[in-house]
Write a new protein. Sequence first.
Length: 108
Amino acid sequence: MSALHENAAEVAIRGALRQVIDPEVGLNIVDLGLVYRVELSPRCLLVEITMTSPACPMGAFVRNEVRAVAREVAPSSASVDVVLVWDPPWSPTMMSDPAREVLHWPEH
């Protein structure tokens, strides 16, 4: 795949992942900054996500939602791997400006 095609695919996948809403915050995981990595190869779609806290009780739910959305957009020949990572730790500075506005969080 060319770099341009990979970038377009990642953008499309991130767009689809906006369907996944963090049930505790009520915002999508992309704008919250919880999606750390999206990598598509011919054999695998890898999505690395994090939670706002390791103690997040909704981690398994969010991960399953990510897996379901990723499966919808991944090529049929590709496996889907959703990995929960903690490095770097999430911080509010990772949120998009629109998410900050909704949550009335100060600018970074």
